[in-house]
Design a protein around this ligand. Structure first.
Ligand SMILES: NC(=O)c1ccc[n+]([C@@H]2O[C@H](COP(=O)([O-])OP(=O)(O)OC[C@H]3O[C@@H](n4cnc5c(N)ncnc54)[C@H](OP(=O)(O)O)[C@@H]3O)[C@@H](O)[C@H]2O)c1
Length: 310
């Protein structure tokens, strides 16, 4: 049996972590690719993307990351998720992000970042697009230099806390934050998850990961396999660092290098989750199967020794 055996390999093999009030499989799904990207020639087929979301849930995924700003001219990730899953199963946690927003044009240009009082309309927009009564998890998607323009992380988390108390959301997370900002957020409200860029050859956020671990906060990296896929991240260089080490370990497990990158991510701690993104059902099944891979101590030592690119 290889890691491609998608009949018996479901997300359950990755184990679970509790985000806020909900236990979820550590192997989740990122919805950003469902629509196609703004720079793609044409949008993705809506029916095929709906099938991807349904297949993910069928295979045990119950943590789906999305955002109202994941759209192209004629497709919205939130709308696709709603169409695929309504009525939403109780055990599926939809995580969304607020803070940034985009205008109606399909260009990938962000509008001015939300001030705390504007978070309510962003939360309501997500509720409306998904077709739910309340959101499971809302991540404040932060960015550098925002404090001077729109207020602090604490101000924004305080506003989300009010929306939680008003019943519009259940749990609060943060994204793209430093360790200090995670601590600042956690002093205002219990932070259920932190979503930062992290992977085998992108380990700059080790300090945030350690803090999340110490506080029992889910660490949900994005692009944890993106760098493994040449040109997966437009504008990003194909990352070949450690490629031969990853390829050898992949061959030994009957897996792909991308699966090994995902497996390495999941081996970084019980609180570390994965949200690989795809609009391709074959890739989805492959990514979910990666949750079954058990790396040996020798594999981990070899992978850990790969020097991150300068
Ligand atoms: N908080 C933030 O600031 C932030 C930022 C970016 C993303 N995110 C979240 O993180 C999620 C993950 O990022 P992402 O969607 O860019 O995913 P990713 O994990 O970096 O990789 C996606 C790319 O890899 C390809 N791919 C996926 N599975 C593959 C496989 N098994 N083999 C070969 N290629 C594969 C996809 O193409 P196909 O679609 O053709 O498979 C796509 O081009 C997003 O969906 C989003 O939910 C959060």
């Amino acid at each position: 049996m290889t890691a491609y055996d998608t009949i018996t390999r479901t997300a359950a093999a990755a184990g679970t972590w509790t985000i806020g009030d909900q236990a979820v499989s550590r192997l989740g799904f990122g919805a950003m690719r469902l629509t196609g990207m703004p720079w793609d020639e044409r949008p993705r087929d809506r029916g095929a993307s709906i099938a991807v979301v349904r297949r993910a849930v069928e295979l045990g995924v119950n943590h789906i990351d999305t955002a109202a700003f994941y759209f192209v001219a004629t497709r919205s990730a939130n709308e696709i998720i709603g169409a695929a899953l309504t009525p939403f199963p109780d055990d599926v946690l939809i995580a969304t992000k607020v803070g940034p927003s985009r205008g109606r044009s399909s260009a990938f240009e962000f509008e001015p970042y939300a001030r705390p009082a504007q978070l309510r309309e962003q939360v309501e927009e997500n509720i409306r697009q998904l077709g739910v009564d309340a959101l499971g998890l809302v991540n404040l998607r932060w960015g550098s230099g925002l404090e001077k323009e729109v207020g602090s992380v604490a101000d924004h988390v305080g506003a989300l806390l009010e929306l939680r108390d008003a019943g519009l959301l259940r749990s609060i997370g943060v994204s793209n934050v430093s360790a200090d900002q995670l601590a600042e957020a956690n002093s205002i409200a219990p932070i259920a998850s932190v979503q930062n860029r992290y992977g085998l050859t992108e380990r700059a956020d080790n300090e945030v990961l350690a803090l999340a671990r110490a506080h029992g906060v889910a660490f949900v990296p994005f692009f944890s396999m993106g760098s493994a896929v040449p040109h997966a991240v437009p504008g990003g260089a194909a990352d070949v660092t450690g490629a031969s080490v990853v390829a050898d370990i992949a061959a030994a497990h009957g897996a792909t290098p991308t699966q090994i990158r995902l497996a390495w991510t999941l081996h970084q701690g019980e609180n570390v989750l994965a949200i690989p993104g795809t609009g391709d059902i074959r890739h989805l099944e492959e990514n979910i199967a990666a949750g079954s891979i058990r790396l040996t101590d020798g594999d981990l030592a070899a992978l850990d020794a790969i020097a991150p690119p300068a």
